[in-house]
Write a protein that binds this ligand. Structure first.
Ligand code: SF4
Length: 546
């Protein structure tokens, strides 16, 4: 089969805040030295920004470094934070904490409430103005290697039908070769995952641990513009899970709400999506949302593991940046500024490598040195044990996390080890129904919505006449061991009703066209037999304004 191939100098896989900030910084540095090269950014989504989902109250530190004139250049935002609050939920009531009683990581004065979709679109425009090529609809399917070094990526073939035959639209995916490839695929990137395993980039690190975040945009009666409220407690205290919620007031009576749950919960019958809806049903949340309408829904995973779980971020011919490398402060629930900073540090590294025409592992190791000297490392190091604190009980975790915050990471400061999320499940006990959530909720289509409706509100679309991009490596395990031991938790942890247990045929049906690309299944499957791969270009959610 003839494949087209394209040669570029620098290739970014994934168009998010990390890669776009990096490409802008690199182009500017080259221009200042009167030099030019080809820089290409690939993105699997139909349009840049469609697969971007985040809180997001943005810390502007990295943006100020990248583009001090950001306001003059029309940086899109939904206002500055004017009021901060934390609420602790019990089942029926809540307690407010403000001012000095507010935990420092949750203080947001001076930060901006943003839509990451709009921020990434704005960065894309800046990048294109600098001469960066940005291609949406190009899903990178495999890593090209030459003599043990990363040499680029191969794009997924187009026009393959669900039985593996070629349709009239068949086109082999292009090979894109580069001097250096930067993986910026986001959390649990499908190529990064394989690279980490193959090159043992996680040797000696803690396992990366994750949370799944749900987000909705609502139109409500009240005007809460500029208010930021974080919540802890109910309903997660019921089962000892770790996580919390947020409410961000947007202009025009809009509200961004979200809920994040650590994937290290124990009961395989727990359903994170049901927990999210139980949180929305809390009397305080209900009073906010009553009479409002749901505008959009989405879900994504977050890399919670922190400093000790970050993989080695360089090797022969490649770098790893952003969420793919774990640039997230889980105590602050913030990652955009860290992702951008990782990209900007990578730009300096790439510039040096271009100068020396040396893309070896040794040369690229200066990326790690630069990170270790940066404010990004300082910030991540202060919360190096934050997530691990919650691997025990919720209340003990709260105490430890509080001490870690107050002592700026010094208390419980030695390296706390952690366990991969999927190893936390306990097995089903006698008499437990493995096919029913232990926290089920009746959806009312006003305040609470089932997963199918959620998938609808995410705008998700995939051509159904293509092979499923969700590969189950051993379906026999689903029908036997997993059904008996854990009750096929995929049917619960997936936020988009992709996995459906067929009681009669005793098998898992995969409704892959609902997939919102959150990667929860790739992480949380107890036997690690689900492999999330890229679908045909353009498939997935459309997170407009999220
Ligand atoms: Fe997320 Fe996997 Fe479900 Fe897709 S199939 S929505 S990646 S859990």
């Amino acid at each position: 089969m003839e494949r087209e191939s394209l040669d570029v100098d620098v290739l970014y896989v994934g168009a998010g805040s990390a890669s776009l900030a990096s490409a802008i910084a690199l182009k500017r540095k080259l221009k200042a030295a009167n030099k030019d090269i080809t820089i290409l950014v690939l993105e699997k989504a139909e349009e840049i920004g469609f697969h971007q989902l985040s809180g997001a109250v943005m810390d502007l530190r990295a943006l100020r470094e990248l583009e001090p004139e950001f306001d003059r250049l029309g940086f899109p935002h939904d206002g500055e934070v004017v009021e901060d609050e934390m609420r602790f939920f019990t089942e029926k009531s809540s307690q407010s904490f403000r001012g000095a009683l507010l935990p420092p990581p949750l203080r947001n004065h001076g930060n901006r409430i943003v839509s990451i979709f709009k921020v990434v679109r704005w960065l894309k425009d800046l990048a294109e103005k600098e001469g960066v090529d940005v291609y949406p609809g190009f899903p990178a399917d495999s890593v090209l290697e030459e003599n043990g070094r990363v040499a680029g990526v191969r794009i997924r073939d187009m026009g393959i039908d669900k039985n593996g035959g070629h349709k009239s639209t068949f086109a082999p995916g292009m090979d894109i070769r580069a001097k250096i490839t930067i993986f910026a695929e986001g959390t649990r990137g499908s190529l990064t995952k394989k690279l980490v395993a193959e090159k043992k980039l996680d040797a000696g690190r803690n396992p990366m641990t994750y949370g799944t975040g749900f987000k909705e945009i609502w139109e409500i009666k009240q005007d809460l513009k500029g208010k930021v409220i974080h919540t802890l407690g109910h309903p997660l205290t019921e089962g000892g899970q770790y996580g919390g919620g947020w409410v961000y007031g947007l202009p025009d009576h809009k509200l961004s709400i979200g809920f994040v749950i650590g994937l290290n919960y124990r009961d395989p019958r727990f359903d994170p999506h049901a927990a999210f809806n139980r949180w929305k049903s809390h009397p305080w949340m209900k009073s906010l949302l009553d009479g409002g309408t749901l505008v959009r829904y989405g879900a994504k995973t977050l890399p919670y593991g922190g400093y000790y779980a970050m993989p080695k971020m360089y090797g022969d011919g490649f770098l790893v940046i952003g969420d793919a490398a774990g640039f997230l402060n889980s105590a602050r629930l913030k990652g955009i500024h860290l992702a951008m900073k990782s990209g900007m540090l990578a730009a300096d590294t790439i510039y040096e490598a271009l100068e020396k025409n040396d893309f070896s592992e040794k040369q690229l190791s200066i990326f790690n040195d630069a990170f270790e000297k940066s404010w990004a490392r300082e910030e991540l190091y202060e919360v190096r044990n934050f997530h691990q604190a919650f691997e025990g009980s919720f209340w003990w975790g709260m105490f430890k996390a509080g001490m870690i915050t107050l002592s700026r990471g010094r208390m419980f400061g030695g390296r706390a080890h952690s366990t991969p999320d999927h190893e936390f499940y306990r097995k089903l006990r006698a008499g437990e129904d493995g096919n029913a959530p232990n926290n089920a909720i009746a959806f009312d289509d006003k305040l609470t919505f089932d997963k199918l409706k959620g998938a609808y509100y995410s705008g998700t679309m995939h051509d159904e006449d293509q092979p499923s991009h969700l590969k189950i490596l051993d379906p026999n395990i689903c029908a036997t061991k997993c059904a008996e031991e854990y009750g096929n938790p995929c049917q619960r942890f997936c936020p988009a009703y992709v996995y459906e247990w067929d009681r009669e045929k005793k098998r898992v049906n995969i409704n892959f066209s609902n997939c919102v690309h959150c990667k929860t299944c790739d992480i949380a499957d107890p036997y690690q037999i689900i492999d999330w791969t890229v679908p045909e270009g353009g498939g997935g959610p459309k997170y407009l304004d999220m």
